[in-house]
Design a protein around this ligand. Structure first.
Ligand code: 13P
Length: 254
């Protein structure tokens, strides 16, 4: 009943020319696939041209970050309304933003609220570091990030959020979580926390993506798990055949 959702997080990669070539390559292939939502999340400068290319295609566009304030003296920042002009999605609280740019759960909560208020679907990232994982703190960390990220948001609104579980140790390492490991966190930590916070109906409606070294080979196995509702793909989203294969694997989920 949850439609799978696969998004490509391009991070800080591609030139303008390369970004248009990649979307031109993806478009006809992704349009052949049904039963799955998909989106690309390029760097800010390419959102305008790619939104023109994607218009009417059914393929979504997402930003990788945004500020929570509506406007003002925030040099270098991008406001929710600006993102909403071009995008349906925004990635919020990615572990790279938490680690390198000092984003806290409180800031991420403000951003999630601002996205919802502006009609943008937030993809809110949670996940433990290697040290936290080895110390047996995965459940505590992921549950806290989920709770604080959604704090003060009523269930009817919160159920529009997409959660991406991205264990930091699996990002860009080629060492994905096993499907069993990811399923356990999705079901026993994220969805259980959502249930406590928002109630059964909203918890069942919310899509939980897995992210961290997802590729064309391991995607089908991950998507076979009942609580893995898609993926947030980094490296493999930069190559059209790989991203298409991952979206196909999500469509075949059943
Ligand atoms: P990789 O797929 O490159 O491991 O990156 C995952 C990620 O951080 C997506 O947001």
């Amino acid at each position: 009943m949850r439609k799978p959702f696969v998004a490509g997080n391009w991070k800080m990669n591609k030139t303008g020319e390369e970004s248009r070539l990649l979307v031109a390559e993806l478009l006809p292939e992704l349009q052949k696939i049904s039963g799955v939502d998909c989106a690309v999340c390029p760097p800010f400068p390419y959102l305008v041209s790619l939104s023109n290319m994607l218009a009417g295609s059914g393929i979504g566009l997402g930003a990788q970050n945004m500020h929570w304030e509506a406007s003002g003296a925030y040099t270098g920042e991008v406001a929710p309304k600006m993102v909403a002009e071009f995008c349906q999605y925004v990635i919020l609280g990615h572990s790279e933003r938490r680690a390198y740019f000092g984003e806290t759960d409180e800031m991420i909560n403000k951003k999630v609220k601002a996205a919802l208020a502006n009609g943008i679907t937030p993809i809110m990232c949670v996940g433990e570091t290697l040290a936290e994982n080895e110390a047996g703190r995965t459940a505590e960390v992921v549950s806290r990030q989920t709770r604080l990220g959604l704090e003060g948001i009523p269930a009817g609104e919160a159920q529009k959020v997409v959660i991406a579980y991205e264990p930091v140790w699996a990002i860009g390492t080629g060492r994905a979580a096993t499907s069993e490991q990811a399923q356990a966190v999705h079901a026993n930590v994220v969805r259980t926390t959502l249930k406590e916070l928002l109630g059964e109906a909203a918890a069942q409606a919310i899509r939980i993506q897995y992210g961290g070294s997802v590729n064309a080979k391991n995607a089908a196995e991950l998507f076979a798990m009942p609580d893995i509702d898609g993926a947030l793909v980094g490296g493999a989203s930069l190559k059209a055949p790989d991203f298409v294969a991952i979206v196909q694997a999500a469509a075949a989920r059943g």
